[in-house]
Design a protein around this ligand. Structure first.
Ligand code: HEC
Length: 268
């Protein structure tokens, strides 16, 4: 009995700590963010991304410097904020990841299979080329308003497809994105779930990706975020740069339009 009460007594502070952490997880991460200030660890990945852009690669041994991200060959500043958008040469709407893939194939002569082999880090990896490039390019839109293309009919179709995917219920639990992200003030385990159907929630989320994930020690892209939420929905694996991935990002970007980009963000 004595031993039992001892356990309770020593366990109590731990329990109280855990409970207060539970009640205040957002606060803890706010503190962590404040501690880092401008020192988002993503800065190292950003530098690496710029280096990769300037490094000759692929069978043709050329750099990505002539890649057109929508504002003309080689223009990086402000490009991320205007994606996804329709590209005449590719004849489709592209997000940054599918656009980079296009440039890697057409400028550098690389194969789609090679690019798709490992676009996103696995646990324990140190980051991929795609993650570094996206971190640097997104950072070059910091402070600029989110303004995805919606003039071309294919851009409007991408939004409509994204919206219907967002509300499409499927998988063993019959979840849609809206099940978890259709109203504000919801939580799952410890994470606050943003309402992504309105401007404010979409703006806060969209503007902060790509993001450095503290728990993983990695920069993650918006494409990865889509794939990971697809997985949470118990859906088949979402392919990087696929029509569905681009459509979902178009839906979020258009809902977020006008807000200032603030990526790379810092996430738990
Ligand atoms: C089962 C619940 C669930 C479903 C279904 C779900 N998500 Fe999520 N989503 C989450 C959770 C939990 C997080 C926060 C993850 C974290 O912090 O690790 C999140 C985070 C996000 C974020 C980042 C928000 C931010 O502010 O950083 C976006 C964007 C997002 N989800 C989009 C989607 C889309 C699009 C779909 C549908 C394909 C979807 N989610 C389906 C649970 C869900």
């Amino acid at each position: 009995m004595r031993r039992f009460s001892n356990t309770i007594l020593t366990g109590l502070p731990m329990l109280l700590w855990a409970l207060s952490a539970l009640a205040d997880t957002d606060g803890v991460f706010d503190e962590y963010r404040a501690m880092f200030g401008d020192e988002n660890p993503a800065i190292f990945v950003i530098d690496e991304g710029e280096e990769l852009w300037l490094t000759a690669a692929g069978p043709k041994a050329v750099t990505l410097e002539n890649c057109d991200l929508g504002l003309g060959p080689g223009v990086v500043e402000g490009a991320y904020a205007q994606l996804p958008r329709y590209f005449q040469d590719a004849q489709r709407v592209q997000d940054l990841e599918s656009r980079l893939e296009y440039c890697m194939i057409h400028l550098q002569g690389r194969s789609a299979a090679d690019i798709h082999a490992r676009p996103y880090s696995l646990r324990g990896d140190l980051g991929t080329e795609m993650e570094a490039l996206v971190a640097w390019i997104a950072e070059q839109s910091r402070g600029l308003p989110i303004a995805p293309g919606q003039a071309h009919v294919q851009e409007r179709n991408a939004y409509a497809l994204g919206e219907s995917l967002f509300y499409y219920r499927a998988g063993p639990h019959d979840f849609s994105c809206a099940t978890c992200h259709g109203q504000s003030g919801k939580r799952i385990r410890l994470q606050a779930l943003p309402d992504l159907t309105g401007h404010d929630g979409a703006a806060e989320a969209y503007s902060s990706w790509p993001a450095y994930r503290i728990s993983q020690g990695l920069v993650r892209t918006m494409g990865w975020r889509m794939r990971d939420c697809f997985r949470q929905q118990r859906m088949p694996e979402l392919i990087m740069g696929s029509e569905a991935s681009v459509a979902l990002q178009t839906y979020l970007a258009v809902n977020a339009a006008g807000a200032a980009m603030a990526a790379p963000g810092l996430k738990r």
